[in-house]
Design a protein around this ligand. Structure first.
Ligand SMILES: Nc1ncnc2c1ncn2[C@@H]1O[C@H](COP(=O)(O)OP(=O)(O)OP(=O)(O)O)[C@@H](O)[C@H]1O
Length: 282
């Protein structure tokens, strides 16, 4: 059990981390403000900024140095299996098109690393459900509920190998989300999705993050979508943190010019959400 003292803070604390490939450094001495449980952080920045490298490093893939603590516990010193229990990672690549049904793949991921007991009520199935709901077994129930939450209960019995790219991305998301890990890391989870699924996925990820007290980090390129669903935004360029704050604090026309080399306007629409209007590339 972890006992909090004044030197420990709850949530994810990333301090002085560095990481690269071979001798090429990509992330250099990066420190993030503490990421609190129940909050969603959008990690944005231009192509090649190091977003995936950072996420993969935090997930234990790569030789990351520095300090990464979750609720005061040093994640880098934990055995791999223990670290895996605390972290959920969905990479940028789609899950392989293997001969497993979507439901079986989510159950498999739950059996490999059991779900964290967050004390919150297990997700209730919503949305259309063409497949019959399962009647027994906690992993099965949890897996099915997760598919319903992200709106793909109708895909439960379809084989991964017979899905479209976007459908496979949703199945991969279900595998990562079902476990309710302490830290949930998603690398561009909406890149293959249509407009409705982008919105549903971000809404549900934000809801599950709050409900289960997860620290969620989502790499994304759609800044307006990030602004709508994220509690805070971390902006990366050249492996370094350029800005961090609430979407309104962090996303400014000046930042977009500096980080993306574009002239853009950041405006508030009639319903109050941030919109980015790109005028031209600089
Ligand atoms: N396996 C690898 N070996 C060597 N260099 C790599 C490898 N993967 C990525 N890089 C380099 O590391 C840098 C950061 O790449 P990374 O994929 O982390 O960027 P990103 O911000 O996620 O970009 P994108 O938005 O294009 O996905 C880039 O210069 C890239 O070429």
């Amino acid at each position: 059990m972890i006992v909090m003292d004044q030197g420990m803070s709850s949530g994810l604390v990333v301090e002085g981390v560095s990481l690269g490939y071979g001798r090429t450094p990509i992330i250099r001495d990066l420190t993030l403000p503490a990421l609190r449980p129940g909050t969603l952080t959008a990690l944005i920045g231009p192509n090649g900024a190091g977003k995936s490298t950072l996420l993969r490093g935090l997930a234990g893939l790569g030789d990351l140095t520095g300090s990464v603590r979750l609720d005061g516990e040093d994640l880098l010193r934990l055995p791999r299996s223990e670290r895996a229990r605390r972290l959920g990672f969905m990479p940028q690549s789609l899950p392989p098109p293997i001969s497993l049904s979507v439901l079986e793949s989510v159950v498999g991921s739950l059996r490999a690393v059991p779900a964290r007991d967050t004390g919150a009520r297990a997700g209730t199935a919503r949305g259309s459900a063409e497949a019959s709901p399962p009647t027994a077994g906690d992993p099965l129930r949890r897996a099915y509920a997760t598919l319903a939450e992200i709106g793909i209960a109708d895909l439960a019995n379809r084989e991964l190998s017979a899905l479209s790219g976007g459908q496979r991305q949703l199945a991969g998301l279900a595998q990562a989300v079902a476990r309710r890990p302490g830290v949930l890391m998603l690398d561009e989870p909406t890149s293959a999705l249509d407009l409705r699924h982008q919105t549903v996925v971000m809404r549900e990820v934000a809801r599950l993050t709050r409900e289960h007290g997860m620290v969620t980090i989502v790499v994304m390129h759609d800044i307006a979508l990030a602004a709508r669903h994220a509690d805070q935004v971390a902006v990366l360029r050249g492996g370094a943190l350029q800005a961090f704050g609430t979407p309104r604090e962090a996303i400014t026309a000046r930042l977009l010019a500096e980080v993306y080399d574009i002239e853009a306007r950041v405006e508030t629409c009639s319903r109050g959400s941030l919109q980015i209007i790109v005028d031209h590339a600089l």
